[in-house]
Ligand binder design. Structure first.
Ligand SMILES: Nc1ncnc2c1ncn2[C@@H]1O[C@H](COP(=O)(O)OP(=O)(O)O)[C@@H](O)[C@H]1O
Ligand SMILES: [Mg+2]
Length: 418
């Protein structure tokens, strides 16, 4: 055998030995990890795997919810030092994991109760597996006696309310982009209602729950939260029932059956705010304009939408789309849930793929004795401020439903007559 042949043979042998040693090493490592994980109380339920950075990336890719420890979240959030804000369910902090992933950690109000741990995990599991381009992704959660938290993907451009109502601080979003945001939001809600395996009713659609990513694409946040937090009555922190005043459908604060159509109503109210780039209720404005939705209805009814285009500074090239948005908003805020369209139809109407039917007056129930011009008192009624409520039976008998065209029936669009 030549010297060359001997050298090649020796090299081959070394390579084989190295490969065998590495393989044995991997097998020993995997076995060790498995037996360690079996001892870990957090992984009794194989759906939830505690975090290591490698696993985190792996689970993210496989879209499985991750269970974090309070220690891991404390490190990621630098001891909860960067406050993003707080809402009805808890306080939100910014965090960054060592692999560079930015997250928003929502620390839920109340204490952890072992009795609800399983239900909590079941809900979070559903939320963590609900993926859509227009939904904020839930990476995982923490459930310990000292901390109950949800870990979301971080949305770099904040929420829509900031850009709509505080335009001096935020970037002014152009009309086309606003239309895209409205459409994205509608698609996200349509997915929750009609496409995901178990229907999810949001209950709290509002500009603060529409987050914007780096390209200003809309992502609906906080879906599934109302159910999660209502499960154990001791943890409810929302005041005055579900939803947020001004966006909450009448059936949420009247003794009427509640369905997914309450989200359609809230979406309609949100759409008005997108069109007007203002809060629907603004007491600083003149009486007739204080409550934007009814002002918009009056303009629509009198064929004077041009006034709305001027007030909302909508350019001529955008007027057609803006008019469509106004009509869709009016359809969505109909008083009776069954007269509101389903969200997939809202999507088609906003896209322009489906004609928007002429909406009926959504506010006729507010004027039992004829139309009033009193904007202020009207706004009070509509916003249910001062605890004002009207008799629901009176309202129902005043509003009769027309069945409309076959297309409207197919798509669950029916309109209440005046
Ligand atoms: N995933 C997220 N990325 C970035 N900011 C977020 C995220 N989730 C919540 N926030 C911010 O945290 C604040 C509080 O949110 P939240 O508790 O959901 O209250 P609300 O929905 O009532 O505004 C909001 O200002 C929101 O913009
Ligand atoms: Mg929120």
């Amino acid at each position: 055998m030549s010297t060359d042949g001997a050298t090649t043979g020796a090299l081959e042998l070394i390579v084989i030995v190295v490969v065998v040693v590495v393989k044995i090493g991997i097998i020993v490592y995997v076995c060790n990890r498995r037996s360690n994980m079996r001892k870990d109380p957090y992984v009794e339920d194989s759906r939830f795997i505690p975090l290591t950075m490698v696993k985190f990336l792996d689970d993210m890719e496989r879209e499985r919810p991750i269970r974090f420890t309070s220690q891991q979240l404390r490190i990621a959030t630098e001891n909860f030092s960067i406050l993003l804000g707080s809402g009805g369910f808890g306080t939100v902090y910014k965090g960054i994991f060592s692999n560079g992933t930015a997250v928003a950690v929502k620390v839920l109000n109340g204490t952890s109760d072992k009795r609800i741990e399983e239900q909590f995990m079941a809900e979070v599991s559903t939320m963590g597996r609900t993926h859509h381009f227009n939904l904020v992704r839930l990476y995982g959660f923490c459930f310990e006696s000292s901390l109950r938290a949800l870990v979301y993907e971080f949305m770099i451009n904040g929420s829509l309310d900031y850009h709509l109502f505080k335009s001096k601080k935020g970037i002014v979003i152009g009309f086309e982009k606003l239309h895209e945001i409205a459409l994205g939001t509608a698609r996200g809600i349509a997915y929750l209602h009609e496409e995901c395996p178990q229907r999810i009713v949001h209950y709290d659609i509002k500009p603060g729950n529409i987050h914007l990513d780096s390209k200003f694409c809309a992502k609906v946040a906080d879906f599934g939260l109302a159910k999660l937090c209502n499960r154990d009555k001791t943890h409810i922190t929302m005041t005055g029932g579900r939803g947020t005043p001004g966006y909450a459908a009448p059936e949420l604060w009247l003794p009427l059956p509640v369905t997914h159509k309450c989200d359609v109503y809230s979406f309609g109210m949100l759409l008005f705010e997108i069109i007007g780039r203002r809060r629907n209720m603004d007491v600083t404005l003149g009486d007739s304009q204080q409550w934007f939705p009814i002002w918009a209805w009056r303009k629509y009814e009198k064929n004077q939408l041009n006034d709305l285009m001027i007030v909302c500074t909508i350019e001529e090239k955008d007027e057609e789309v803006a008019e469509r948005m106004v009509k869709v908003a009016l359809c969505c805020v109909q008083y009776r849930p069954e007269t509101r369209p389903v969200m997939s139809i809202v999507v088609k109407m906003l896209e322009g793929a489906l004609e928007v039917p002429e909406p009926f007056n959504p506010f006729s129930h507010l004027f039992p004795g004829g139309v009033s011009e009193g904007g202020d008192s009207l706004a009070r009624i509509a916003w249910n401020v001062d605890g004002f409520c009207w008799s629901s039976s009176e309202v129902v008998t005043k509003s009769t439903v027309v069945t409309g065209t076959p297309l409207m029936r197919r798509y669950e669009i029916t309109m209440a007559s005046d």
